[in-house]
Design a protein around this ligand. Sequence first.
Ligand SMILES: [Fe+2]
Ligand SMILES: [Fe+2]
Length: 201
Amino acid sequence: MSLKLKRNIFGDPANKGNLLTRDAAMQLFQEWVLNPKLQVHMLQVAYLMKSWALEKEKLDEKGQWMWEMSGLLHDADWDQWPDLHCIKIIEHLESLQIDPDVMHAIASHGPNHFGVDPINNMDKMLFAFDELSGLIHAYSLMRPNGYDGMDIKGVKKRLKEKSFAANVSREEIQDAANRAGILLDDLITFIITHQADVTTK
Ligand SMILES: [Fe+2]
Ligand SMILES: [Fe+2]
């Protein structure tokens, strides 16, 4: 089964700046994503994206929300329509005339799967956070104190241990950091220090 999108252009440039309201995005998220674990993953990636947009990119509130929304919806169709992963959510957002940058970020969150390369910083950070966030969260769940006292060394040990979160591609994590131009250590630190804050129900 191929998830290749076979296109590189998404949405209409005339819709630049069009985003969903937070309520509409949350409603879509709740309706489409029923699996609680996947919900946690998407909320975590959304929070990392928002935090990065604020702290590193120094974006205004609207810019932060665009990053957060891309993170919040990047796996929206994975739960109920895995064969249409990326296709369904992108077509849906296109029908709602959303900013093309949001669809492009979602389309490039797995270049090896969807055949679309991350281009701008929002694309690159979504790709960089996606798999590593999940691996670090899995690690927090097996530690007695969760994120408390977690350090880079521990995460790197888990990265070397092939049996740990075996479905997470280590090559992809390194490739994503390289493309974003960020040291893996810095990326790990950012995730550890922010991910613990995410409130999940
Ligand atoms: Fe995905
Ligand atoms: Fe994801």
